[in-house]
Design a protein. Structure first.
Ligand code: MG
Length: 397
């Protein structure tokens, strides 16, 4: 099977996992599946195992194990359950690990893959937001490559060749000085023009209806509050080793330009494409090559006008909170992420209103929680403390 890249997909039944597997399905001459990991959707995982014939599959939810075993009994495929066993799959040597689990639940497996020196195509931004210092330090020690799947970061990755060399102990290799700053674009989500007075009445059903991208529920709500872009600014800080002041954001509702890199000589290089996650995923999978997956072409004449505006902090206070958390540093981004995950889950469950999301995150950030970020265990401890505080506020609503 020389020339065929072996792939492990973490979060195989989620949105990123499905898009990745669609590319593998389309290009079986280039990719083969080594391992698949899912959270609790054992029916879907079993179906994927029958289709892609992985060597090993893992399910986080241990209670699903007997049912899953039954469904894949005719396959020559190893089967494991639980977080520890699933992280072991992430550490098994392959050409690409696709980290597609949403939320901090993805951190142990991301860390396992990074520690093993793998090339990790990462969509799990929460790992970098909460544990960016630990994950990137570990990557330098192990020689792991972290390739961004998040479309804006993938755009910067495509535009900035010098970045490729920077993930080494010798930072002078990385041409860091050629860069002035970067810009991540934002669609503005479904409520870009909704009168601010109507925000209190926003329901989960309207919040998950994103105008450009088809995504999971958590990230769709994060896009509606623009917390997603705030998390992405923090993600960019760690991925590209930049100062907060070097990371700009512009609202660009047409979503044709995904990211821009401003160089020291006045040149700006931008990446454009249709809003389809398969473009950034395919680049992270095929890098340093490109995959001809027959995407829909971007019709610039049909779009006609491209617009760019600054983020309005009154409309998107979550974005401002995230920026403040990045500048504050320390545990603030981990607290921000934990509080946001709890708040978004409560909002999707109908327990709190849309505007409560920012109130809960703000309250947790001003709580003066203490902790350190030297190890994954320490990150998880501060994450848990922040979650408990956020859950108390949810329960009091
Ligand atoms: Mg993104």
């Amino acid at each position: 099977m020389a020339g065929v890249k072996q792939i492990t997909v973490l979060g195989a039944t989620g949105s990123i996992g499905q898009s990745s597997l669609a590319l593998v399905r389309q290009h079986s001459e280039r990719f083969a599946i080594h391992g698949l990991v899912a959270g609790k959707d054992f029916n879907r995982l079993a179906a994927l195992a029958h289709e892609f014939k992985p060597k090993i599959i893992g399910i986080h939810d241990q209670t699903s194990l007997p049912a899953l075993k039954e469904l894949v009994s005719t396959l020559d495929c190893q089967l494991v359950a639980g977080e520890v066993a699933c992280s072991e799959i992430a550490a098994m040597p392959v050409d690409r690990v696709i980290a597609g689990i949403s939320g901090l639940a993805g951190l142990p497996s991301v860390m396992a893959a990074v520690s093993a020196g793998q090339t990790v195509a990462i969509a799990n931004k929460e790992s970098l937001v909460s544990a960016g210092a630990v994950v990137t330090r570990e990557a330098i020690l192990s020689g792991a490559h972290i390739l961004p799947i998040d479309s804006e970061h993938n755009a910067v990755f495509q535009c900035w060749n010098g970045w490729k060399g920077h993930q080494s102990t010798d930072k002078t290799n990385g041409k860091m000085t050629e860069l002035s700053h970067i810009c991540l674009t934002a669609s503005g989500g479904p409520f870009l023009t909704l009168p601010i007075g109507e925000f209190a009445a926003i329901t989960p059903a309207t919040a998950v209806r994103h105008p450009n991208w088809v995504m999971g529920h958590k990230i769709s709500v994060d896009s509606a509050t623009m917390m997603n872009k705030g998390l992405e600014v923090i993600e960019a800080r760690w991925l590209f080793d930049l100062k907060p002041s070097q990371i700009d954001v512009l609202i660009h509702p047409e979503q044709a330009v995904h990211g821009l890199v401003y160089f020291c000589d006045g040149s700006i290089i931008a990446q454009m494409g249709v809003a389809d996650m398969r473009t950034p995923i395919s680049y992270a999978m095929a890098w340093p090559d490109r995959l001809d997956w027959k995407p829909e072409p971007l019709d610039l004449a049909a779009i006609a006008n491209l617009t760019f505006t600054q983020v309005n902090p009154d409309r998107f206070p979550c974005f401002t909170l995230a920026r403040h958390a990045l500048v504050a540093g320390g545990i603030a981004p981990a607290v921000l992420n934990a509080a946001n995950e709890v708040a978004v889950e409560a909002f999707l469950a109908g327990k709190i209103g849309f505007l409560d999301i920012v109130r809960i995150v703000d309250s947790c950030l001003s709580k003066d929680l203490v902790g350190d970020l030297t190890t994954i265990e320490a990150v998880c401890a501060i994450d848990q403390t922040a979650r408990e505080h956020a859950r108390k506020i949810v329960a009091s609503r």
